[in-house]
Design a protein around this ligand. Structure first.
Ligand code: GSH
Length: 209
């Protein structure tokens, strides 16, 4: 059995596919349509009771969920891919830091921006909440921007945090705002999208954006 990625285009499944591709791992992709809310179907809830993608099925048949955990699992399993800096280095601590920051400080805000009606009455209140969530995501993306050493987040060292940061740059914050305020992240994305193994994955998920 091979790895199976569950998710949709433009979703967190991008990061999982990009990491597997960078590691040179064969995998299958199982579409779970966000548009059709398939993440709430019993068949998907059996994989991830929180009803969120991505999910990764390991060749052993076990399921890993939570994008940050999946990225670190892939990094662990394929050390030759250099998805995480060497054990016990400060660079590794920095990679953990930024992956944890994006998973805990940005990803939950994306849910509020995408589904404000889950958090406030539909209408003006939900719209106001959505606007506040987008503003918070932008503030937090500016912290990622400020941390980018160039060309990668960690000085001269590509890692899974770059994949993650590139993904968040494509959500919620708006193309015009991104192009104006995140020049280092824009350059990082160009470099990432040009990596031979990641290029087709980037194209599939975010090609036109
Ligand atoms: N903490 C989760 C968040 C995943 C998440 O919010 N995924 C989005 C797609 S990018 C999703 O499934 N949204 C559908 C929903 O919330 O119903 C992770 O890091 O994997």
């Amino acid at each position: 059995m091979s790895y199976v990625v569950f998710g949709d285009r433009r979703s967190g499944a991008f990061a999982v596919e990009a990491a597997l591709a960078e590691a040179g791992v064969n995998y299958e992709f199982h579409v779970v349509s966000l548009e059709k809310n398939e993440q709430k179907l019993p068949s998907f809830l059996a994989l991830n009771p929180s009803g969120k993608m991505p999910a990764l099925k390991l060749p052993s048949g076990e399921i890993v969920t939570e994008s940050a955990a999946i990225l670190l699992t892939i990094a662990d399993r394929f050390p030759q891919a250099g998805l995480i800096p060497p054990h016990a280095t400060f660079a590794r601590a920095e990679a953990y830091r930024w992956i944890a920051f994006m998973a805990s400080e940005i990803y939950p805000m994306v849910e509020i921006a995408d589904y404000p009606d889950r958090f406030a009455p539909a209408g003006a209140e939900a719209e106001a909440l959505k606007a506040r969530a987008i503003a918070r995501i932008r503030e937090r993306m500016l912290l990622v921007e400020a941390a980018i050493a160039g060309p990668w987040l960690l000085a001269h060292e590509f890692c899974a945090a770059d994949i993650y940061a590139a993904m968040f740059s494509r959500w919620s914050i708006g193309k015009d705002w991104r192009e104006k305020h995140l020049p280092k992240l824009n350059a990082l994305v160009e470099n990432l999208a040009a990596r031979p193994r990641i290029a087709p994955v980037w194209q599939k998920h975010f090609g036109a954006s």
